[in-house]
Design a protein around this ligand. Sequence first.
Ligand SMILES: [Zn+2]
Length: 486
Amino acid sequence: MDFLSIIPGVDWPALPNARGCQLLALQFQLDRSQWLPAVEIERQQARLAERLYRHAILHVPYYRATYAAAGFRPGSIRSIDDWLRLPILRRGDLQARFEDLQCRVKEHGEVSLSMTTGSSGMPTRTVGTAVTRILWHALTLRHHLWNNRDFSGKLATIRALRERDKTGRIEEREPSWGSATADILRTGPLVALDIHTSVDEQAAWLVREDPDYLLTYPSIAVELIQYMDRNGLRLPRLRELRTFGELLDPRLRELCQRNWGVPVVDGYSSQEVGYIAQQCPETEQYHVQAESVLVEVLDDEGRPCQPGATGRVVVTTLHNFAMPLIRYEIGDYAEVGDKCPCGRGLPVLRRIVGRQRNLAVLPDGRTVWPCLSDRLTSGASLSGLPPIRQYQVTQIEPDAVEVKAVAARPLTEVEEDGVRALVADAFGWPMRVELKYVERIERGPGGKFEEYRCHLAPDVVDRLQRLRKSNHERTAVLSGASQAAG
Ligand SMILES: [Zn+2]
């Protein structure tokens, strides 16, 4: 590796600048903390969480008011059971109470604002500090090392960019990979293209750039792989596809390996929280970045899920004292994993299952994540039907969906039956299908694409879930009675 030194002539070993030294010092610790036994990691996290709680209840108006109203005082958190009674913070609170969620005492260096536009179009703002920024970069560096990346390579990314160049196309070019490495070592260049470009532009750009690494959303990668396959385009230097920002369909891994001959490495992060979990270098599951974030996966009753169970993801940013997010329900569901065979003690999420808004609620109250990209790799998915190029499915009634389709021509009756069968299969319910032909389907505000969205009103969802719960209780009573009888 080509390390940077601030002292001319002293380059082996090299002496990086002050920030580079801080990053390497963090790296030295993160390299060790990942191997600690799970109980020790849990103990450290509980200590940090209690400290953050105490800071928040004393110095952050939102928590002072909310926690006091719920009967909490500064010394109230003494056990996991106390923690589990703490009110959940929701996205709506984050948007509506932005000012009150900020700490009145400034510490941890200069603050920076970050903003995302969610699928609802309503922005979510959060504030970070010098501490959260350097931790983000240290965790980025650890993930580079986990994957043994060649720092001299060219990194290409297709994502939402901010500034348009004169031609109207959005493109960026940097001499190095960015702040995680810039103060430590010399890297290859970083090239970026905006996500709103078309797939043929993206493919032509990639072929021209010929990168070693590609970082983008899974939906972009699927389109690119299929497009490049159809057009006989290749990326001879590519070593790894890195994905983020959307749910990763496991079939993308297979598609990528088969077409591009490289593995997919996925990350789970959010603008508000930073890194949540990163893919293990030896398995396809995810390690919670426990030195920075506490992740709880909760069942319907708010109890922690056991390995193998799926629940709501609730996160606490352990080091953000400027705008603490404590028990923030991020809107995702994940499956808890068991101890990882790689030996790391970092908690495991076996998979990220989906976002709340991508959940379907069936007429009997059951919830499912419709897997529409089913058979993605065999070409038998919705878009694989002859005339459909792109589609988006929206649940509009408990038993009905709207399918927006970009199609070369209207479907025949047989093809329409095929769509209905695929939808019924994906939902596990004979949904009514309203087919609607459109010119194009736009990506969401952040550039993310959702092939399925639930547009049921919250009161409809509540009613269906109450129905399911009462059915459940009835079944439980019946099975209890039959056991007693047996
Ligand atoms: Zn692992």
